[in-house]
Design a protein around this ligand. Structure first.
Ligand code: ARG
Length: 460
């Protein structure tokens, strides 16, 4: 004899280790609130449709609310034998309200139940992610505004390329996280559909009202095909994909800041309260928080790839494999939310070393392109100008001088077109501030970007 809720057709009790292996309760217990919410809506619908009696519904609702209270007070015992959160709550319900508790599961299966629970959980996670990304976008704009005159080297191949405004750099990240925000936001319209009432896989002969439960649970509408509804985990995969992209952006930013915080670069300094020390080297101040955000990217990608692999090849409809969706989902959500929460104050409090940035921006012949453009303005084709400047740079390297340290006579050795107004063009300051093509690093363009960023933030 089996003492399980589904034990009717079993002669033997479940093997002890099978119980353990099969159970998801130790991780899916965090869905308890959503499970109870879904059951409350389901029972209300059953009563409205005359499938159960109003008094029975009242009893079941009271029992469910008591269970909610017990769990929140820490008085609920989560037992491995109960398998999952759905069975644990139903079992307790029967203990509290008696046999009428068994009516809750009319016209429902754990297959649609778990799908609706996870969708509700994920909807809250996505709202939190959006909230944290928005807060971070605000930090980036504020920092860009406060440091509008700071010039830094822009890199390609991590080699000095051209001077840029530090604000332009921050606003590049604004764009990435803005797209992340939009991706999460967009995912809601696919996520926010109600699978409850799809039952095991085929729907039901009971006259249920899926539009009513959708309304009660805040879904836009019911899902359209019962078979798809219980076997679909696209919404989890979409979240994991969006989370991976967002975590990748966080990781790239952290990687750069870790480099910029080294004594070799010294562009920025993290606040003490966002760093840790070394147990042996007294001088050390390590950027652990930034490193951890970068490191957690592995767990987020792993979650995404793990679930894609779990889902690959699953026949319709529900298979127990899908129980494994929650481990990567919770893991990725926790890592992403934690990273997003901590990045805002970390960036807000980080100090900018404008002198060091400027000094670096003026090294590495970062205004060589400016000199070439200068010659182009004087009529030389760009390719020829590129060649002439290449020669000039080689000469300057040999003389151990910066470009603007070469005298006018030295410069004119390479082209007669060069006049003394050239110094204006090749100044680091002007090289950064005058690139006002749409989306460029120039001051006007960056101010425009800040204005647009603020408008976006006001609208969301
Ligand atoms: N714990 C299960 C899960 O998370 C609930 C659904 C179980 N359904 C079933 N037919 N065994 O997937």
């Amino acid at each position: 004899m089996s003492d399980k809720l589904w034990g009717g057709r079993f002669e033997l009790p479940t093997d002890k280790f099978v119980d353990e292996f099969n159970a998801s309760i130790h991780f899916d217990k965090r869905l308890y609130r959503y499970d109870i919410k879904g059951s409350l809506a389901h029972v209300e619908m059953l009563a409205k449709q005359g499938i159960i009696k109003p008094l029975e519904a009242e009893k079941i609702k009271e029992g469910l609310l008591q269970i909610l209270d017990e769990i929140e007070r820490g008085d609920f015992e989560f037992r491995t034998e109960d398998e999952d959160i759905h069975m644990a709550i139903e079992k307790r319900l029967k203990e509290i309200v008696g046999d009428v508790g068994g009516k809750l599961h009319t016209a429902r299966s754990r297959n649609d139940q778990v799908a609706v629970d996870v969708r509700m959980y994920l909807r809250d996670v996505v709202e939190d992610v959006k909230k944290y990304i928005k807060a971070f976008l605000e930090v980036l704009v504020k920092k860009a505004e406060d440091n509008i005159n700071v010039i830094m080297p822009g890199f390609t191949h991590l080699q000095t390329a051209q001077p840029i405004l530090f604000s332009h750099y921050l606003l590049a990240y604004f764009q990435m996280f803005k797209r992340d925000f939009e991706r999460f936001d967009d995912s809601l319209k696919r996520l926010n559909k109600n699978p409850l009432g799809s039952c095991a896989l085929a729907g039901t002969t009971f006259p249920i009202d899926r539009f009513f439960t959708s309304e009660l649970l805040g879904f836009d509408n019911p899902t359209e095909n019962s078979l798809d509804s219980v076997s679909d985990r696209d919404f989890v995969l979409e979240f994991l994909t969006n989370a991976s992209i967002c975590q990748m952006h966080l990781s790239r930013l952290c990687e750069e800041l870790i480099i910029y915080a080294t004594s070799e670069f010294n562009f920025i300094e993290f606040s003490d309260d966002y760093c840790t020390g070394s147990s042996i080297m007294p001088q050390k101040k390590n950027p652990d928080v930034a490193e951890l955000i970068r490191g957690k990217t592995g767990a987020v990608y792993g979650s995404m790839i793990g679930l894609f692999t779990t889902m690959k090849g699953l026949p319709l409809a529900y298979n127990k494999d899908m129980q494994e969706d929650k481990i990567p989902l919770f893991n990725a959500a926790d890592n992403l939310l934690g990273s997003l929460k901590i990045i805002s104050p970390m960036i807000e409090k980080m100090k900018i070393n404008r002198e060091k940035m400027y000094e670096a921006a003026s090294k590495g012949y970062s205004t060589a392109t400016e000199l070439a453009d200068y010659l182009v303005r004087k009529g030389l084709p760009f390719r020829d100008a590129h060649f002439v400047v290449g020669k000039t740079v080689k000469y300057a390297i040999d003389k151990e001088k910066k470009l603007d340290e070469l005298s006018i006579d030295e410069l004119r050795q390479f082209s007669e077109l060069i006049d003394s107004d050239v110094y204006e063009y090749i100044s680091v300051e002007n090289a950064a501030k005058n690139k006002n093509s749409y989306g460029g690093t120039g001051l006007k363009s960056v101010m425009e970007q800040i204005k647009n960023a603020k408008q976006f933030l006001q609208a969301i």
